[in-house]
Design a binder for this molecule. Structure first.
Ligand SMILES: [Zn+2]
Ligand SMILES: [Zn+2]
Length: 152
């Protein structure tokens, strides 16, 4: 089961923000940054820490932050909310998400060949040829479901 924090992390990595600090840099470059991204008095490091807490499922992000994150990385706030709800109700049906990049039905990858499709239950066509990056993700997520024939 993908956690809300894993989802955020996958979307961040899919957006090529290898470090949280890179993401905070991009957030602070948004024209509307003065309003909600940086709550009064928050330091740069506190922002990094806030995102880290969200990714470690310690403290979920609020709508305002999600909306702003959505300006910088591709994410579906409905998916994030659904994953949060699953923490309280494990019997709810999980949303369909690519376990390599975190894309979903309303948040498909844009590739040279158009938008991605489902290659299998939890893998999109953009990620089907597993990249080195994908394997690095797996190291941090040992229980990620692996496609048939790709077990290490
Ligand atoms: Zn994918
Ligand atoms: Zn995709």
């Amino acid at each position: 089961m993908m956690s809300p924090g894993q989802y955020l992390r996958l979307r961040r990595m899919a957006g090529d923000f290898v470090y949280l600090s890179d993401l905070v840099d991009a957030l602070l470059r948004l024209p509307e940054r003065r309003v909600p991204v940086r709550p009064a008095g928050w330091t740069y490091l506190q922002l990094v820490e806030r995102l880290a807490r969200a990714e470690s499922n310690d403290l979920p992000l609020e709508e305002l932050h999600l909306a702003l994150l959505g300006r910088v990385i591709a994410l579906d706030t409905k998916i994030y909310r659904a994953l949060l709800a699953l923490l309280d109700d494990p019997d709810a049906s999980p949303p369909r998400i690519c376990w390599v990049c975190g894309c979903s039905d309303h948040d498909a990858c844009h590739t040279a060949g158009g938008t991605c499709a489902w290659a299998s239950a939890n893998l999109c066509t953009a990620c089907q040829p597993l990249t080195i990056t994908a394997r690095v993700h797996l190291l941090d997520w040992p229980d990620a479901p692996l496609p048939e024939g790709d077990r290490p």
